[in-house]
Design a protein around this ligand. Structure first.
Ligand code: AKB
Length: 313
């Protein structure tokens, strides 16, 4: 049975991923770690960890007997743009510590990259797996550097590193914080709470998105994939849909006919979004490890509204 340690386990992806991994591999075989203490009870082991403390990370992984490290702790794009030095130190410092831990202890390794790794000179539509990557954001610089570093640890030290380039992830469980794609989560909350939403991303701005259950399944599938079949490792393009704000609004209006949307564009997040692709091509992930997304905009919207209605009471 696997012994998996997760960093950033209280974050947007980490909190749901930890639950899924515990269901799959057993609660006591998945160690959640985060810089924050959990607000509510955990249904498995938890240790407090600041990922910039490499010694402690290694000590925790060793004493747990981990064979896999899933490194999720990072600042997202908009926060990284506000605090670039902090982002460099946390995103890159944490990643190096995690890779060193994986190297020293012989762990299988996963960390997510992002569509943020692409830049304004990248082909905008059907962005290929292997293409020009000159991001203009600190987050993007972190993500490209991270992909290269993970490749380096694989080729130089033989660490089994794997990763995907996630698009915006949408979930009703844990809200995101500090991302450019966050509007596509906020809109569902506001649709139910207020019947209207003011988008900080302009009409006509396409970005790739994915519903969280598909993202979690992608991590599990990639980690279980036959390494002999992987031509790429860090990181695979994955996506489920590409849309712009008015299309989410229309999808919501099918359930809430009076829903209204207007725009108050945030120049910082808009500039980030404008530097990212409109849509990426996930052929390599499909061919090499069978990536498949089950949800599209309509099926995701129906489920988001149904689940959030219950959550918000
Ligand atoms: C963000 O908006 O920063 C993230 C991402 C696409 O990596 N959701």
């Amino acid at each position: 049975m696997k012994k998996i340690m997760v960093t950033g386990a209280l974050g947007q992806i980490g909190s749901e991923l930890t639950g899924k991994l515990r269901d799959l591999y057993g609660a006591n075989n998945v160690l959640a770690t985060d810089v924050r203490e959990p607000a509510d009870g955990q249904d498995g082991p938890f240790r407090q960890l600041d990922v910039t403390d490499g010694e402690r990370m290694q000590e925790i992984a060793r004493s747990f007997g981990a064979d896999t490290l899933i490194h999720m702790a990072a600042l997202l794009s908009a926060t990284a743009e506000q605090k670039p030095l902090l982002a460099w130190n946390l995103n890159m410092g944490g990643l190096v510590n995690a890779l060193e831990t994986a190297r020293d202890l012989g762990l299988q390794f996963f960390t997510p990259s992002s569509i943020g790794a692409f830049g304004p000179t990248t082909p905008k539509r059907d962005t290929p797996q292997d293409t020009l990557m000159r991001p203009t954001t600190m987050y993007g610089v972190n993500k490209v550097s991270g992909e290269l570093l993970c490749d380096y640890y694989y080729s130089k030290f033989g660490v089994d590193t794997r990763g995907v380039r996630f698009p915006g992830l949408i979930s009703y469980v844990t809200p995101p914080g500090g991302g450019t794609t966050d509007y596509a989560v906020d809109i569902y909350y506001k649709a139910l709470e207020e019947g209207r939403y003011t988008s900080f991303i302009a009409e006509g701005t396409y970005m790739d998105m994915m519903y969280m259950p598909d993202a979690l399944q992608a991590i599990v599938d990639l980690m279980e994939a036959d390494p002999g079949k992987l031509k790429h490792r860090n990181s695979f393009n994955v996506t489920a849909m590409s849309f712009e704000p008015s299309q989410v609004a229309e999808a919501i209006q099918k359930h809430i006919p009076g829903f209204k949307m207007d725009y108050a564009v945030d120049p910082v997040r808009q500039a980030i979004a404008d530097s990212w692709p409109d849509s990426i091509d996930a052929t390599a992930a499909k061919e090499e490890w069978g990536f498949e997304a089950k949800y599209d905009l309509d099926s995701m919207t129906a489920e988001m509204l149904e689940k959030l209605k219950v959550k918000l009471g």
